[in-house]
Design a protein. Structure first.
Length: 437
């Protein structure tokens, strides 16, 4: 009997520990960055804390220009019905003021403006939207890993999500309001949704979802359409594998049906962009840049070389890939090296070592290059900013490419690179807040 007592106590204590272990595991899950919901909530909280260090995180930045465009849409206008406090960067044409940015972010904001007016907080909107972007990246990495596209461990995924959330140019964009940042955050979400749909789904449903997401991206920042190469190729690869599984048959109809499902929303979006420009400026290719009330810093260059030219290439290459913004100075707001500020992204150069990767790293690289071309030819570097904010436009394929290479790195190197990325962006983002109006 004496020998039985310890066993009974041990069994009882194990039973008592089970609820405690489950409770502890639940608490721990909210600290893991591979947990999509937890990562999004924590990232949003960080955005709001940083914003509070600069201004009221529930107020307007003073450059919530999409709010005014949303109000105009609600009143059936394309030009602004009410003028914002600052006319900076608006386009003045035929006595009316317009935004030169594409309209989809304003469409997203219409219900909020209908409820709260043009004073709706773009700072809060960006903070929450930034958290949603983090959720999408965490889900994308999880499902891409499950599909064998980017086979990472849970810890590796968590560090990559942490790095994206707090160690890339996404952090300063999500921590402050302003029309420029809102456009990039909305565009990023659209591209991430396109990639996520292509990974999680197959068949016509996937093609339609990818097409709608890319169409919305086109209506936000037109060149983001070029990021759609990888999800489009993935859908074709899935179709090929599907036909191999079920047996040979007519490939023509399934391919055409899926191409149509993907292309129709994109074509509609392109048509809407052209019509939007035509009605406002009398030219389907005129976005309003010619009439923009731009900063004097850019006017001379624009008048001589236009908005896009090879003349800007060397400057953009320098401030996006070479320039190191420490020690802090006014020049720091011109940009910063993508890889020096986020060293974890150097893993992209190991992506081609993965024998199972096959086509994916090549298509991801081309997708990045296609989006980067107009960015590198643009007349501005993204000033004012912390880090190379325009690189966010190709960060979705960049993250997947880094994920392919990251599994070849030792754990301690990954942790050090992630820590350095986060530290540099936290310091820089706080400094950035002291330098913007």
């Amino acid at each position: 009997m004496g020998a039985d007592r310890p066993r009974k106590r041990t069994a009882a204590s194990l039973d008592e520990r089970k609820p405690r272990d489950r409770e502890r595991a639940t608490r721990t899950a909210w600290l893991r960055w591979d947990n999509a919901l937890a990562a999004g909530v924590v990232a949003t909280a960080v955005h709001l804390v940083i914003a509070a260090c600069h201004s009221n995180p529930f107020g307007s930045s003073g450059f919530a220009l999409f709010n005014f465009q949303a109000q105009a849409f609600l009143h059936g206008h394309l030009d602004l019905v009410t003028l914002p406090p600052s006319l900076h960067d608006l386009s003045l044409f035929d006595g009316r003021y317009y935004l030169y940015w594409q309209p989809f972010p304003a469409v997203v904001l219409m219900p909020f403006v209908a409820l709260f007016g043009t004073g709706f907080s773009d700072i809060l909107f960006n903070a929450v939207l930034g958290g949603i972007d983090v959720v999408l990246i965490a889900l994308l990495l999880k499902h891409a890993s499950l599909a064998g596209l980017t086979p990472l461990t849970q810890a590796q995924r968590g560090l990559l999500v942490l790095t994206f959330a707090l160690g890339t140019a996404h952090l300063p964009l999500a921590s402050y309001g302003r029309v420029w940042f809102t456009a990039q955050l909305v565009g990023f979400a659209c591209v991430a949704l396109a990639y996520l749909a292509s990974v999680c789904w197959s068949g016509p449903r996937a093609a339609l979802a990818v097409g709608v997401a890319l169409g919305c991206a086109t209506l936000t920042r037109s060149h983001l359409l070029l990021a759609g190469l990888w999800p489009a190729v993935l859908l074709l690869v899935k179709l090929r594998d599907e036909r191999r599984t079920v047996g040979k048959g007519s490939l023509g109809l399934p391919i055409l049906a899926r191409v149509a499902a993907l292309a129709a929303p994109v074509a509609l979006s392109v048509g809407l962009v052209l019509a939007f420009n035509l009605v406002r400026f009398g030219n389907p290719l005129e976005t309003g840049l010619r009439y923009q009330q731009m900063d004097d810093l850019f006017r001379a260059n624009f008048d001589r070389w236009g908005a896009f030219d090879l003349h800007y290439l060397s400057t953009n290459l320098f401030y996006q890939f070479i320039f190191y913004p420490f020690p802090l100075s006014p020049e720091s707001l011109m940009g910063g090296s993508l890889f020096l500020l986020t060293p974890l992204l150097l893993a992209v150069f190991w992506a081609f070592k993965a024998p199972a990767a096959r086509w994916s790293p090549w298509v991801l690289t081309v997708s990045i290059g296609l989006v980067a071309v107009p960015i590198l030819l643009l007349m501005g570097t993204g000033w004012r900013q912390w880090g190379p904010r325009y690189t966010l436009d190709f960060t979705v394929p960049l993250i997947l490419l880094a994920a392919l290479g990251l599994r070849h790195w030792p754990p301690w190197v990954i942790k050090m690179a992630a820590g350095l990325s986060v530290a540099q962006y936290l310091v820089g983002t706080l400094y950035f807040g002291t330098q913007i109006p």
